[in-house]
Design a protein around this ligand. Sequence first.
Ligand code: SF4
Length: 213
Amino acid sequence: MDLKVTEIFHSIQGESTYSGLPCTFIRLATCDLRCRWCDTEYSFAEGETRSIDSILQRVREIGCPLVEVTGGEPLVQAGAIDLLRRLLEEEYRVLLETGGHRSLGEVPPEVVKIVDLKCPGSRMSHRNHWANLELLTDKDELKFVIANEEDYLWARGVLRDRQLEGKLTVLFSPVWGEMDPQELASWILRDRLSVRLQVQVHKVIWGPDRRGV
Ligand code: SF4
């Protein structure tokens, strides 16, 4: 099966509990959301069609044991599930970064799922696929990208209403250049939230606009 691929590159993982580790990224093209603060809009249209064999060949050449399938929204393309299976067969540690609006039901259980819940500031929170929460385990990670205090209060409410704290890693990620990380940190500490504040390490290292890193 073929997939439309925007880019494959080797870099430092900038998000999640795997942050700081060398990682191969497979960025699949297209997305069916339009988050207001999206930083990979170039993936909506740019890409070349590649076979899974050709993708795996490039991943083997890079030779990194950690591989992330990202986008765009990787689950838009049906072949993404086959790609995840083939990566697992080759014994990579496989991460999937997804916007959280598409069902995770077909994703192999060995894949580490890093799943957004879209806050109101994204203008996409009406698209959250809430049933996905039932499919997450303690190895998976739930991410809230936070643009302002309204987003923070919304995320805090979701955690409390659904009793998610302590069940899996929860990431609070400030929108780059918009949400002050210090302010977000102060709210988390004030409210004694059991969440992990993350900044996008790849942007700290290479700047916010560099691609392929
Ligand atoms: S889901 Fe991800 S790729 Fe799609 S618009 Fe939102 S941030 Fe961008």
